[in-house]
Design a protein around this ligand. Structure first.
Ligand code: F6P
Length: 464
Protein backbone atom coordinates (compact mmCIF):
# COMPACT_ATOMS: atom_id res chain seq x y z
CA UNK A 1 0.00 0.00 0.00
CA UNK A 2 1.20 3.53 -0.79
CA UNK A 3 2.29 5.35 2.37
CA UNK A 4 2.93 9.02 2.91
CA UNK A 5 6.53 9.60 3.96
CA UNK A 6 7.12 13.08 5.34
CA UNK A 7 10.57 14.54 5.79
CA UNK A 8 11.28 17.79 7.63
CA UNK A 9 14.30 19.13 9.44
CA UNK A 10 12.64 18.97 12.82
CA UNK A 11 10.37 16.12 13.88
CA UNK A 12 7.94 17.11 16.60
CA UNK A 13 5.65 14.39 17.86
CA UNK A 14 3.17 16.56 19.74
CA UNK A 15 0.61 15.61 22.31
CA UNK A 16 -2.77 16.81 21.14
CA UNK A 17 -3.69 20.33 22.31
CA UNK A 18 -0.49 20.62 24.34
CA UNK A 19 2.36 22.25 22.52
CA UNK A 20 2.23 25.14 20.11
CA UNK A 21 5.01 23.81 17.90
CA UNK A 22 4.44 26.07 14.93
CA UNK A 23 2.69 25.73 11.61
CA UNK A 24 4.91 23.13 10.01
CA UNK A 25 4.68 20.62 12.88
CA UNK A 26 0.91 20.94 13.21
CA UNK A 27 0.45 20.66 9.44
CA UNK A 28 2.66 17.56 9.11
CA UNK A 29 0.99 15.79 11.98
CA UNK A 30 -2.46 16.51 10.56
CA UNK A 31 -1.38 15.30 7.12
CA UNK A 32 -0.12 12.00 8.53
CA UNK A 33 -3.25 11.47 10.63
CA UNK A 34 -5.53 12.13 7.65
CA UNK A 35 -3.47 9.82 5.43
CA UNK A 36 -4.16 7.06 7.96
CA UNK A 37 -0.52 6.97 9.09
CA UNK A 38 2.90 6.96 7.47
CA UNK A 39 6.48 7.87 8.32
CA UNK A 40 7.88 11.16 9.65
CA UNK A 41 11.64 11.40 9.18
CA UNK A 42 14.08 14.11 10.27
CA UNK A 43 16.48 15.46 12.86
CA UNK A 44 15.73 14.45 16.45
CA UNK A 45 16.67 17.87 17.84
CA UNK A 46 19.64 16.20 19.65
CA UNK A 47 23.23 17.29 19.05
CA UNK A 48 25.91 14.73 19.94
CA UNK A 49 29.68 14.45 19.54
CA UNK A 50 29.19 12.14 16.53
CA UNK A 51 26.37 11.90 13.98
CA UNK A 52 24.47 8.71 14.66
CA UNK A 53 24.72 5.89 12.14
CA UNK A 54 21.21 4.41 12.50
CA UNK A 55 17.91 6.30 12.86
CA UNK A 56 15.93 6.13 16.14
CA UNK A 57 12.66 4.39 15.29
CA UNK A 58 9.49 4.65 17.32
CA UNK A 59 5.78 4.59 16.67
CA UNK A 60 2.75 6.46 18.01
CA UNK A 61 -0.50 4.94 16.74
CA UNK A 62 -0.22 4.65 12.97
CA UNK A 63 2.64 7.13 12.66
CA UNK A 64 6.21 5.82 12.57
CA UNK A 65 8.91 8.27 13.55
CA UNK A 66 12.49 7.93 12.30
CA UNK A 67 14.91 10.51 13.63
CA UNK A 68 18.64 11.02 13.52
CA UNK A 69 20.88 12.87 15.95
CA UNK A 70 23.41 15.27 14.45
CA UNK A 71 27.04 15.87 15.37
CA UNK A 72 28.09 19.29 16.64
CA UNK A 73 29.82 19.99 13.33
CA UNK A 74 26.87 18.88 11.17
CA UNK A 75 24.44 20.90 13.29
CA UNK A 76 26.65 23.95 13.11
CA UNK A 77 27.26 23.87 9.36
CA UNK A 78 23.87 22.61 8.17
CA UNK A 79 21.31 24.09 10.62
CA UNK A 80 22.97 27.16 12.18
CA UNK A 81 25.07 27.76 9.09
CA UNK A 82 23.69 27.27 5.58
CA UNK A 83 20.00 26.85 6.51
CA UNK A 84 19.67 29.66 9.03
CA UNK A 85 22.53 32.06 8.29
CA UNK A 86 22.34 31.78 4.47
CA UNK A 87 19.04 30.52 3.06
CA UNK A 88 16.73 31.94 5.74
CA UNK A 89 17.93 35.57 5.47
CA UNK A 90 18.27 35.32 1.66
CA UNK A 91 14.74 33.95 1.22
CA UNK A 92 13.48 36.76 3.49
CA UNK A 93 15.16 39.41 1.30
CA UNK A 94 17.85 40.17 3.92
CA UNK A 95 20.97 40.10 1.74
CA UNK A 96 22.58 42.35 4.36
CA UNK A 97 22.40 39.46 6.88
CA UNK A 98 23.20 36.64 4.45
CA UNK A 99 26.43 34.75 5.12
CA UNK A 100 28.16 33.15 2.12
CA UNK A 101 30.44 30.28 3.13
CA UNK A 102 31.71 27.27 1.19
CA UNK A 103 32.26 25.45 4.48
CA UNK A 104 28.59 25.66 5.56
CA UNK A 105 27.39 24.89 2.03
CA UNK A 106 29.37 21.66 1.97
CA UNK A 107 28.02 20.82 5.48
CA UNK A 108 24.49 21.41 4.19
CA UNK A 109 25.07 19.05 1.23
CA UNK A 110 26.70 16.47 3.52
CA UNK A 111 23.72 16.40 5.91
CA UNK A 112 21.26 16.15 3.00
CA UNK A 113 23.26 13.18 1.67
CA UNK A 114 23.23 11.68 5.17
CA UNK A 115 19.44 12.10 5.44
CA UNK A 116 19.08 10.40 2.04
CA UNK A 117 21.25 7.43 2.98
CA UNK A 118 19.37 6.85 6.25
CA UNK A 119 15.93 7.40 4.73
CA UNK A 120 16.29 5.30 1.56
CA UNK A 121 16.16 1.87 3.30
CA UNK A 122 12.83 2.82 4.93
CA UNK A 123 11.11 3.76 1.65
CA UNK A 124 9.03 1.26 -0.35
CA UNK A 125 8.44 1.45 -4.11
CA UNK A 126 4.79 2.64 -3.85
CA UNK A 127 5.44 5.32 -1.22
CA UNK A 128 5.06 9.05 -1.89
CA UNK A 129 7.59 11.42 -0.36
CA UNK A 130 6.66 14.89 0.85
CA UNK A 131 9.68 16.99 1.85
CA UNK A 132 9.33 20.25 3.78
CA UNK A 133 11.31 23.45 3.76
CA UNK A 134 14.60 25.10 2.84
CA UNK A 135 16.78 22.81 4.96
CA UNK A 136 16.18 19.95 2.50
CA UNK A 137 16.33 21.38 -1.03
CA UNK A 138 19.00 18.86 -2.25
CA UNK A 139 17.35 15.80 -0.64
CA UNK A 140 15.49 14.56 -3.74
CA UNK A 141 18.63 14.72 -5.85
CA UNK A 142 20.53 12.70 -3.23
CA UNK A 143 17.72 10.12 -3.10
CA UNK A 144 17.64 9.86 -6.91
CA UNK A 145 21.42 9.25 -6.90
CA UNK A 146 20.78 6.26 -4.62
CA UNK A 147 18.23 5.00 -7.16
CA UNK A 148 14.84 6.05 -5.72
CA UNK A 149 12.27 6.81 -8.41
CA UNK A 150 9.20 7.31 -6.17
CA UNK A 151 7.14 10.52 -6.58
CA UNK A 152 8.72 13.31 -4.51
CA UNK A 153 7.08 16.60 -3.59
CA UNK A 154 8.66 19.63 -1.92
CA UNK A 155 6.84 22.40 -0.08
CA UNK A 156 8.58 25.64 0.86
CA UNK A 157 7.23 27.22 4.05
CA UNK A 158 9.17 30.47 3.58
CA UNK A 159 8.92 33.12 0.87
CA UNK A 160 10.84 32.51 -2.36
CA UNK A 161 12.90 35.53 -3.47
CA UNK A 162 12.83 37.15 -6.89
CA UNK A 163 15.73 36.09 -9.17
CA UNK A 164 17.57 39.41 -8.66
CA UNK A 165 18.04 38.41 -4.98
CA UNK A 166 18.50 34.68 -5.50
CA UNK A 167 21.37 35.03 -7.97
CA UNK A 168 23.48 36.66 -5.25
CA UNK A 169 23.87 33.14 -3.86
CA UNK A 170 27.18 31.79 -5.24
CA UNK A 171 25.75 28.26 -5.74
CA UNK A 172 22.27 29.24 -6.91
CA UNK A 173 22.48 27.26 -10.16
CA UNK A 174 23.50 24.00 -8.45
CA UNK A 175 21.01 24.46 -5.64
CA UNK A 176 18.11 25.21 -7.99
CA UNK A 177 19.07 22.34 -10.26
CA UNK A 178 18.81 20.01 -7.26
CA UNK A 179 15.36 21.44 -6.45
CA UNK A 180 14.28 20.32 -9.92
CA UNK A 181 14.88 16.68 -8.90
CA UNK A 182 11.49 16.85 -7.14
CA UNK A 183 8.39 16.12 -9.22
CA UNK A 184 6.15 18.67 -7.49
CA UNK A 185 7.34 21.97 -6.02
CA UNK A 186 4.86 23.90 -3.88
CA UNK A 187 4.95 27.50 -2.66
CA UNK A 188 2.84 29.54 -0.24
CA UNK A 189 1.62 32.20 -2.67
CA UNK A 190 1.35 32.93 -6.39
CA UNK A 191 4.02 35.61 -5.96
CA UNK A 192 6.50 33.03 -4.62
CA UNK A 193 5.58 30.62 -7.38
CA UNK A 194 5.99 33.32 -10.02
CA UNK A 195 9.42 34.24 -8.64
CA UNK A 196 10.56 30.62 -9.01
CA UNK A 197 9.03 30.26 -12.47
CA UNK A 198 10.77 33.45 -13.53
CA UNK A 199 14.08 32.01 -12.30
CA UNK A 200 13.41 28.69 -14.08
CA UNK A 201 12.72 30.34 -17.40
CA UNK A 202 15.33 33.08 -17.33
CA UNK A 203 18.23 31.44 -15.48
CA UNK A 204 17.69 27.69 -16.01
CA UNK A 205 16.30 27.80 -19.57
CA UNK A 206 13.09 25.94 -18.66
CA UNK A 207 10.41 25.31 -21.26
CA UNK A 208 6.86 26.05 -20.09
CA UNK A 209 4.65 23.09 -21.15
CA UNK A 210 1.45 24.36 -19.52
CA UNK A 211 0.45 26.68 -16.70
CA UNK A 212 1.88 24.29 -14.09
CA UNK A 213 4.32 22.07 -15.97
CA UNK A 214 7.90 22.81 -16.94
CA UNK A 215 10.57 20.87 -18.77
CA UNK A 216 13.95 21.59 -17.23
CA UNK A 217 17.24 19.72 -16.73
CA UNK A 218 15.78 16.73 -18.60
CA UNK A 219 12.76 16.32 -16.28
CA UNK A 220 9.13 17.43 -16.21
CA UNK A 221 8.22 19.19 -12.98
CA UNK A 222 5.01 20.70 -11.65
CA UNK A 223 5.09 24.06 -9.87
CA UNK A 224 2.12 25.43 -7.96
CA UNK A 225 0.98 27.58 -5.03
CA UNK A 226 -0.63 25.78 -2.07
CA UNK A 227 -1.35 28.36 0.65
CA UNK A 228 -1.02 26.58 3.98
CA UNK A 229 -3.83 27.02 6.49
CA UNK A 230 -5.18 26.05 9.91
CA UNK A 231 -7.67 23.62 11.46
CA UNK A 232 -10.31 26.36 11.30
CA UNK A 233 -13.26 24.47 12.78
CA UNK A 234 -11.24 23.05 15.68
CA UNK A 235 -9.81 26.46 16.52
CA UNK A 236 -13.24 28.09 16.48
CA UNK A 237 -14.49 25.47 18.96
CA UNK A 238 -11.36 25.36 21.12
CA UNK A 239 -11.14 29.13 21.50
CA UNK A 240 -14.75 29.40 22.75
CA UNK A 241 -13.70 27.01 25.54
CA UNK A 242 -10.26 28.58 26.02
CA UNK A 243 -11.93 31.91 26.74
CA UNK A 244 -13.19 30.43 30.01
CA UNK A 245 -9.85 28.92 31.04
CA UNK A 246 -8.13 30.25 34.15
CA UNK A 247 -5.17 31.83 32.31
CA UNK A 248 -7.42 33.80 29.95
CA UNK A 249 -9.50 34.97 32.90
CA UNK A 250 -6.35 36.07 34.74
CA UNK A 251 -5.20 37.98 31.68
CA UNK A 252 -8.52 39.84 31.42
CA UNK A 253 -8.50 40.66 35.14
CA UNK A 254 -4.94 41.95 34.95
CA UNK A 255 -5.83 44.34 32.12
CA UNK A 256 -8.31 46.14 34.39
CA UNK A 257 -10.39 47.29 31.44
CA UNK A 258 -7.47 48.40 29.24
CA UNK A 259 -7.66 47.24 25.59
CA UNK A 260 -5.28 44.44 24.56
CA UNK A 261 -3.16 44.41 21.41
CA UNK A 262 -1.47 41.03 20.92
CA UNK A 263 1.54 39.88 18.91
CA UNK A 264 2.86 36.28 18.88
CA UNK A 265 6.00 35.48 16.89
CA UNK A 266 9.20 33.48 17.10
CA UNK A 267 11.92 35.94 18.05
CA UNK A 268 13.13 36.41 14.47
CA UNK A 269 14.35 39.51 12.60
CA UNK A 270 11.92 38.72 9.77
CA UNK A 271 8.95 39.40 12.07
CA UNK A 272 9.39 43.19 12.20
CA UNK A 273 9.32 43.33 16.00
CA UNK A 274 11.37 46.53 16.55
CA UNK A 275 9.20 48.34 13.97
CA UNK A 276 6.11 46.99 15.74
CA UNK A 277 7.19 48.34 19.13
CA UNK A 278 8.00 51.68 17.51
CA UNK A 279 4.53 51.77 15.93
CA UNK A 280 3.01 51.19 19.36
CA UNK A 281 5.16 53.97 20.72
CA UNK A 282 3.89 56.24 17.90
CA UNK A 283 0.31 55.34 18.91
CA UNK A 284 1.01 56.54 22.46
CA UNK A 285 2.79 59.65 21.15
CA UNK A 286 0.32 60.66 18.45
CA UNK A 287 -2.93 59.59 20.15
CA UNK A 288 -2.19 60.38 23.78
CA UNK A 289 -5.72 59.45 24.92
CA UNK A 290 -4.58 55.78 24.69
CA UNK A 291 -2.05 56.18 27.49
CA UNK A 292 -3.19 54.13 30.45
CA UNK A 293 -5.93 52.45 28.35
CA UNK A 294 -4.12 50.21 25.85
CA UNK A 295 -1.59 47.41 26.46
CA UNK A 296 0.60 45.62 23.91
CA UNK A 297 1.39 42.03 24.87
CA UNK A 298 4.20 40.73 22.66
CA UNK A 299 4.95 37.03 23.07
CA UNK A 300 8.30 36.18 21.43
CA UNK A 301 9.86 32.81 22.31
CA UNK A 302 13.58 32.80 21.42
CA UNK A 303 14.75 30.49 18.60
CA UNK A 304 18.03 29.72 16.78
CA UNK A 305 19.89 31.39 19.61
CA UNK A 306 23.31 30.10 18.42
CA UNK A 307 23.06 32.36 15.35
CA UNK A 308 24.54 35.84 15.99
CA UNK A 309 21.70 37.81 14.34
CA UNK A 310 19.19 36.19 16.69
CA UNK A 311 21.23 37.24 19.73
CA UNK A 312 21.32 40.79 18.37
CA UNK A 313 17.57 41.04 17.71
CA UNK A 314 16.90 39.82 21.24
CA UNK A 315 19.07 42.58 22.71
CA UNK A 316 17.50 45.21 20.46
CA UNK A 317 14.00 44.26 21.58
CA UNK A 318 14.85 44.10 25.26
CA UNK A 319 16.29 47.57 25.19
CA UNK A 320 13.44 48.99 23.06
CA UNK A 321 10.69 47.51 25.26
CA UNK A 322 12.52 48.77 28.38
CA UNK A 323 12.90 52.21 26.83
CA UNK A 324 9.23 52.55 25.86
CA UNK A 325 8.02 51.24 29.22
CA UNK A 326 10.41 53.62 31.00
CA UNK A 327 9.07 56.57 29.03
CA UNK A 328 5.34 55.88 29.35
CA UNK A 329 4.60 53.56 32.32
CA UNK A 330 2.52 54.79 35.25
CA UNK A 331 2.36 53.34 38.75
CA UNK A 332 -0.76 51.38 37.73
CA UNK A 333 -0.15 50.69 34.00
CA UNK A 334 2.72 49.26 31.93
CA UNK A 335 2.34 49.76 28.15
CA UNK A 336 4.29 46.71 26.88
CA UNK A 337 4.27 43.20 28.29
CA UNK A 338 7.19 41.52 26.56
CA UNK A 339 7.38 37.77 27.13
CA UNK A 340 10.28 35.59 25.90
CA UNK A 341 8.46 32.31 26.38
CA UNK A 342 5.98 30.06 24.64
CA UNK A 343 2.45 29.20 25.74
CA UNK A 344 0.24 26.21 25.12
CA UNK A 345 -2.02 26.48 22.11
CA UNK A 346 -5.10 26.55 24.38
CA UNK A 347 -3.76 29.51 26.35
CA UNK A 348 -2.81 31.37 23.18
CA UNK A 349 -6.31 30.95 21.77
CA UNK A 350 -7.77 32.32 25.02
CA UNK A 351 -5.38 35.29 24.79
CA UNK A 352 -6.30 35.94 21.13
CA UNK A 353 -9.95 36.00 22.08
CA UNK A 354 -9.31 38.53 24.85
CA UNK A 355 -7.53 40.88 22.41
CA UNK A 356 -9.04 43.85 20.59
CA UNK A 357 -6.28 43.78 17.96
CA UNK A 358 -4.02 41.08 16.51
CA UNK A 359 -0.86 42.85 15.32
CA UNK A 360 0.94 40.75 12.69
CA UNK A 361 3.53 42.91 10.97
CA UNK A 362 6.42 40.83 9.57
CA UNK A 363 8.84 42.48 7.16
CA UNK A 364 8.58 39.28 5.11
CA UNK A 365 6.81 36.01 5.92
CA UNK A 366 5.95 32.85 3.99
CA UNK A 367 2.36 32.66 5.27
CA UNK A 368 2.05 33.54 8.98
CA UNK A 369 -0.46 31.20 10.57
CA UNK A 370 -0.75 33.41 13.68
CA UNK A 371 -2.78 35.81 11.52
CA UNK A 372 -5.16 33.01 10.55
CA UNK A 373 -5.37 31.61 14.08
CA UNK A 374 -6.12 35.06 15.51
CA UNK A 375 -9.11 35.41 13.19
CA UNK A 376 -10.46 31.91 13.88
CA UNK A 377 -10.15 32.48 17.65
CA UNK A 378 -12.41 35.57 17.69
CA UNK A 379 -15.87 35.77 19.20
CA UNK A 380 -18.09 36.15 16.07
CA UNK A 381 -20.44 38.51 17.97
CA UNK A 382 -17.65 40.83 19.14
CA UNK A 383 -14.53 40.11 17.09
CA UNK A 384 -11.15 41.82 17.35
CA UNK A 385 -9.43 43.42 14.36
CA UNK A 386 -6.49 41.91 12.46
CA UNK A 387 -3.75 44.34 11.43
CA UNK A 388 -1.65 42.51 8.86
CA UNK A 389 1.56 43.28 6.98
CA UNK A 390 1.29 43.35 3.20
CA UNK A 391 4.52 41.28 3.22
CA UNK A 392 2.96 38.23 4.92
CA UNK A 393 1.73 35.47 2.61
CA UNK A 394 -1.56 35.55 4.55
CA UNK A 395 -2.28 39.04 3.16
CA UNK A 396 -3.24 37.57 -0.23
CA UNK A 397 -6.11 35.66 1.42
CA UNK A 398 -7.09 38.00 4.29
CA UNK A 399 -7.03 41.42 2.63
CA UNK A 400 -10.84 41.04 2.46
CA UNK A 401 -11.10 41.82 6.18
CA UNK A 402 -7.74 42.73 7.71
CA UNK A 403 -6.32 46.24 7.88
CA UNK A 404 -3.36 45.80 5.56
CA UNK A 405 -0.27 47.81 6.50
CA UNK A 406 3.30 48.48 5.44
CA UNK A 407 5.36 47.58 8.53
CA UNK A 408 8.15 49.99 7.53
CA UNK A 409 5.65 52.87 7.76
CA UNK A 410 5.67 53.27 11.53
CA UNK A 411 3.22 56.24 11.59
CA UNK A 412 0.91 54.41 9.17
CA UNK A 413 0.76 51.35 11.45
CA UNK A 414 0.02 53.67 14.42
CA UNK A 415 -2.84 55.22 12.42
CA UNK A 416 -4.27 51.78 11.72
CA UNK A 417 -3.98 50.84 15.41
CA UNK A 418 -6.03 53.93 16.24
CA UNK A 419 -8.55 53.06 13.53
CA UNK A 420 -8.91 49.51 14.88
CA UNK A 421 -9.30 50.70 18.48
CA UNK A 422 -12.23 52.90 17.51
CA UNK A 423 -13.79 50.61 14.87
CA UNK A 424 -17.57 50.12 15.29
CA UNK A 425 -18.72 46.59 16.14
CA UNK A 426 -20.65 46.28 12.87
CA UNK A 427 -17.56 46.91 10.75
CA UNK A 428 -15.53 44.50 12.91
CA UNK A 429 -18.17 41.80 12.36
CA UNK A 430 -18.27 42.38 8.59
CA UNK A 431 -14.50 42.10 8.37
CA UNK A 432 -14.45 38.98 10.54
CA UNK A 433 -17.23 37.33 8.46
CA UNK A 434 -15.27 37.89 5.25
CA UNK A 435 -12.08 36.38 6.69
CA UNK A 436 -13.65 33.39 8.44
CA UNK A 437 -15.41 32.55 5.17
CA UNK A 438 -12.02 32.33 3.44
CA UNK A 439 -10.55 30.25 6.29
CA UNK A 440 -13.42 27.80 6.34
CA UNK A 441 -12.92 27.13 2.63
CA UNK A 442 -9.14 26.92 2.69
CA UNK A 443 -8.41 25.00 5.88
CA UNK A 444 -5.51 22.69 6.61
CA UNK A 445 -7.33 19.68 5.12
CA UNK A 446 -7.85 21.41 1.82
CA UNK A 447 -4.15 22.38 1.75
CA UNK A 448 -3.00 18.82 2.47
CA UNK A 449 -5.47 17.23 0.05
CA UNK A 450 -4.53 19.56 -2.81
CA UNK A 451 -0.83 18.81 -2.38
CA UNK A 452 -1.23 15.06 -2.00
CA UNK A 453 -3.63 14.89 -4.98
CA UNK A 454 -1.14 16.78 -7.12
CA UNK A 455 1.68 14.48 -5.97
CA UNK A 456 -0.43 11.40 -6.76
CA UNK A 457 -0.50 12.49 -10.41
CA UNK A 458 3.32 12.33 -10.69
CA UNK A 459 5.16 11.57 -12.93
CA UNK A 460 3.58 14.26 -15.07
CA UNK A 461 2.75 14.46 -18.74
CA UNK A 462 2.10 17.76 -20.45
CA UNK A 463 -1.68 17.58 -19.84
CA UNK A 464 -1.98 19.13 -16.31
O1 F6P B 1 8.38 28.05 8.94
C1 F6P B 1 9.74 28.04 8.78
C2 F6P B 1 10.43 27.20 9.85
O2 F6P B 1 11.80 27.14 9.62
C3 F6P B 1 9.94 25.79 9.92
O3 F6P B 1 10.65 24.92 9.07
C4 F6P B 1 10.13 25.46 11.36
O4 F6P B 1 9.19 24.53 11.81
C5 F6P B 1 9.91 26.78 12.07
O5 F6P B 1 10.24 27.77 11.12
C6 F6P B 1 10.72 26.90 13.35
O6 F6P B 1 12.09 26.98 13.08
P1 F6P B 1 13.20 26.16 13.87
O7 F6P B 1 12.95 24.70 13.65
O8 F6P B 1 14.50 26.62 13.30
O9 F6P B 1 13.05 26.53 15.32
Amino acid sequence: MSRLVIISNRVAPIAEGKASSGGLAVAVLEALKKAGGGIWFGWSGEVLAETQSEPNLFRTGKIEYATIDLSIRDHDEYYNGYANATLWPLFHYRLDLTEFSRRTYSGYLRVNALFASRLAPLVEAEDRLWVHDYHLIPLAEELRKIGLSTPMGFFLHTPFPVPEILVALPNHATLMRSLCAYDLIGFQTNADRDAFVHYLVVEAGAEMLSEKLFRVHGRTIRVEAFPISIETEDIVKLSAQAEKARQAERLRESLKGSELIIGVDRLDYSKGLPERLLAFQALLDNYAGNRGHVTLMQIAPPTRSDVAEYQEIRQTLESLAGHINGAFAEFDWVPIRYLNKSFSRRNLLGFFRAAKIGLVTPLRDGMNLVAKEFVAAQDPADPGVLILSRFAGAASELSCGALIVNPYDIEGVAENLQRALSMPAEERRERYDAMIEVLSHNNIDVWRQRFVDALDQAPYTDSV
